[in-house]
Design a protein around this ligand. Structure first.
Ligand code: PGA
Length: 258
């Protein structure tokens, strides 16, 4: 990085179960976000709660956890990037491993990524290996996943592209600091992803692409991951729903000088 703000994206997944709880978490996040100087906060709630994050909010931006790749038409249950953009949301998450486990292929991810970028959404594309092996095969997997998920993305959209590195083995693990991941490994993956982006797009184009880390990030490990793995921010699942600890996470990240 590091000449811009830290980016913290709350991925609520299919939580919480009530609108009252959703409002409570959003209000708590907004309250703390007002105090932040070096951190941009994005909340990606389930669609029914998205209106609670006001589109004109200056401190907390709204995002979605999925988009469809056709603007309008006979696609029951889908929501297009254009609709999301028109609603005022600024960010989208595409290709999360939980969606890939439901059958989303690299090809679908690339169609969604292209549609999202063309609609003007800042687009977070999730990548990450399922497991690690000693022979380094996971790096080939990662390279291919990145190349295929970014197929057809035009260079002019790269300033809106964000990569979230989320090794599947590290998602939703223990909240004990450091247990789910090794900071050095995240740092290596960060460098590897940047190298792969250079291979695809050329050196001059990729310096603005932000790299996030996701996988059991919490208020205890956040500061060290940013410092040691040199990522631009986080995609946070479970901890982003906790009104006691998420504010602590945001404050600790905001305290880090870029
Ligand atoms: P987690 O989820 O923080 O609960 O591990 C991260 C994610 O899946 O985006």
């Amino acid at each position: 990085m590091q000449n811009h703000k830290h980016l913290i994206v709350a991925n609520w997944k299919m939580n919480p179960s009530s609108k009252e709880e959703a409002k409570r978490i959003i209000n708590s996040t907004k309250k703390i976000a007002k105090e932040l100087k070096r951190t941009e906060v994005v909340i990606c709630p389930p669609f029914p709660f998205i209106d609670f994050v006001k589109p004109d909010d200056k401190k907390v931006f709204s995002g979605v956890q999925n988009v469809f790749y056709v603007p309008v038409g006979t696609f029951t249950g889908e929501v297009s990037s254009e609709m999301i953009r028109a609603f005022g949301a600024k960010y989208s998450i595409v290709g999360h491993s939980e969606r890939r486990h439901l059958g989303e292929t690299d090809d679908i991810v690339s169609k969604k990524a292209n549609a999202s970028l063309m609609a003007g959404l800042k687009t977070i594309i999730c990548v990450g290996e399922e497991t690690r092996d000693n022979s380094g095969d996971y790096l080939n997997f990662l390279r291919n996943q990145i190349k295929n998920s970014l197929a057809n993305v035009k260079k002019k959209f790269l300033f809106d592209l964000i990569i979230a590195y989320e090794p599947v083995w590290a998602i939703s693990k223990s909240t004990v600091a450091g247990q789910a991941m090794n900071f050095n490994e995240v740092h290596e993956a960060n460098i590897f992803i940047k190298k792969t982006l250079v291979e695809i797009f050329g050196k001059d184009w990729v310096s603005g692409v932000r790299i996030l880390y996701g996988g059991s990030v919490n208020f205890e490990n956040a500061e060290n991951i940013i410092k040691e793995a040199k990522v631009d921010g986080f995609l946070v699942g479970r901890e982003s729903l906790d009104i006691e600890t998420f504010p602590k996470l945001l404050k600790s990240v905001d305290g880090i000088q870029s």
